[in-house]
Write a protein that binds this ligand. Structure first.
Ligand code: Y12
Ligand code: CO
Length: 171
């Protein structure tokens, strides 16, 4: 089911998410709803808190070199923990909770995380490139942080100005 996505400055987006304790049908419904919501809005990543569920659950489905968003490339990441990170990379990020705004953010270029899948199996995996960026972006949501909070003072001012103008125009 496609759910509503919370948009900045909704206070719920600032909540710290909690670990999933039960890998049951409720979790599987949440994962399906997150996938439906992400794909319907042309997103490549979504955290559960963005649909108002403050649990440590993330879905990421990158687009491949042919421009297809294949379900076999879907990652369902539950209770992730960063084990290692190194290097630096800069990427123009966007977020379904900050629609229409994109800006450059600096993140680790390589990460190693542990996480659980929908059946409660623990995994350790390393990511680079866009997947490393997406995982870090989504894990920030789990701590109640948005990418706009990583912008420089001046860029954040620019964002707030543009955002207020957009709200006034009713967009
Ligand atoms: C790299 C950087 C950021 C991420 C996090 C996941 N971000 C998204 O999935 C953003 C999606 C997005 C899609 C939009 O398009 C539509 O809504 C049709 C969009 O445009 C507007 O809202 C106007 C903004 C963001 C992963 C990897
Ligand atoms: Co986001």
């Amino acid at each position: 089911m496609n759910r509503e996505v919370l948009v900045y400055p909704n206070k719920l987006l600032r909540e710290t998410s909690k670990d999933v304790m039960h890998f049951d049908a409720h979790l599987h419904t949440l994962l399906q709803d997150m996938y439906d919501t992400m794909v319907c809005r042309e997103g490549i990543g979504l955290a559960a808190v963005q649909i108002g569920v403050p649990l440590n659950v993330v879905v990421i489905n990158l687009v491949d070199d042919e421009g297809s968003q294949l379900i076999e490339n879907l990652y369902e990441i539950i209770n992730p923990v960063i084990l290692e990170k190194d290097g630096l990379t800069i990427y123009q990020e966007g977020c379904l909770s900050v629609p229409g705004y994109y800006d450059e953010v600096e993140r680790a270029a390589h990460i190693k995380i542990s996480y659980y899948d929908r059946d409660g199996n623990r995994h350790e995996e390393e990511f680079t490139d866009l997947m490393a960026i997406a995982v870090q972006h989504e894990m920030d949501h789990l701590k109640g942080r948005l990418f706009i909070e990583k912008l420089s003072y001046l860029k954040r001012k620019k964002f707030e100005k543009e955002w207020k103008k957009k709200q006034k125009a009713g967009k």
